[in-house]
Design a protein around this ligand. Structure first.
Ligand SMILES: [Zn+2]
Length: 281
């Protein structure tokens, strides 16, 4: 079986690109995705064909080719903490995108949001007490390759991460903060939660996995958060040639940067520790 997992919410005739996998025991035949409009057209042709008993002839021009394995790199920058340099606030996004569009939403927006958040915190408070680490993962789209490599490389220090989070859903306004914090301390940052509420961000559940590139970290006892965004238009554009900068509203990406900066600043300047008790020193 050939598996393709992608569909969009748009009416355009662009197919949504995504990773494709073959089952081990089958012959590898070419496979591709088509747009919803074209799929519906094809379906109408098939039902018309049944009554007319005519063949449907498709002319398919596919130019994809395998480029082989290449090397790419996670890009990591940090502001070292003044009081607790070993304690890490990890905020992240991914650098790669599918080749059709420019990747402005997926995930250029995320890269802009988390790097801007770190910069805003540095400008507002100077050197943070804890280390703020910005991780821009490589090769997310083809299977979280950079994220798994980060875990392998940093296995001995994962327990030092106070929380990890990824921005990977375009630039739609944030409306909810989900967490995976130690239950006993989850409600301690009441000041932060009420400040976020004034930005339109409600406190949600305590069961999130944090988003693709940090989703493996809870297994290692690392707390994660996810900032839920308005995705009304996200799947109209992502993984298509329409993923371009004009789809990002400046006021929306500014709200994202502000919310990320507020959380990052709070966590980098306070003693709040949401790690499971067993993992803390
Ligand atoms: Zn993405």
């Amino acid at each position: 079986m050939v598996k393709l997992f992608q569909i969009g919410t748009d009416n355009s005739r662009f197919a949504h690109t995504v990773i494709m996998r073959y089952a081990d025991d089958i012959e590898k035949i070419p496979a591709g995705a088509i747009s919803t409009a074209d799929a519906e057209n094809l379906e109408a042709m098939f039902s018309a064909q049944k009554s007319a008993q005519q063949d449907i002839i498709l002319n398919i021009n596919m130019q994809a080719k395998e480029a082989g394995w290449q090397t790419s790199y996670n890009v990591i920058g940090e502001f070292i903490g003044s009081e607790k340099p070993d304690e890490i606030i990890l905020i992240s996004a991914h650098l790669d995108s599918w080749d059709e569009g420019t990747g402005a939403l997926d995930d250029g927006a995320g890269v802009g949001i988390v790097t801007a958040a770190a910069k805003l915190v540095k400008e507002a408070v100077g050197q943070p007490k804890r280390t703020i680490r910005v991780v821009l993962y490589a090769a997310e789209e083809i299977g979280l390759v950079g994220a798994y490599q980060y875990v392998r490389t940093n296995q001995d220090t994962l327990e030092n991460i106070i929380f990890a989070a990824e921005s990977d859903f375009g630039a739609g306004q944030i409306y909810q903060l989900d967490t995976r914090f130690a239950e006993a301390v989850r409600n301690d940052p009441a000041d932060l939660y009420s400040a976020l509420k004034m930005m339109g961000v409600e406190l949600g559940n305590n069961t999130t996995n944090g988003g693709p590139d940090v989703s493996m970290l809870p297994n290692y006892g690392v707390p994660v958060i996810a900032l839920k965004q308005d995705g009304t238009y996200y799947f109209d554009y992502h993984h298509t040639p329409n993923d371009t900068l004009d789809k990002i509203k400046p006021e929306d990406i500014q709200q994202n940067q502000t919310v990320w900066a507020m959380i990052t600043a709070y966590m980098a300047m306070s003693d709040f520790d949401p790690r499971p008790a067993a993992k803390t020193k």
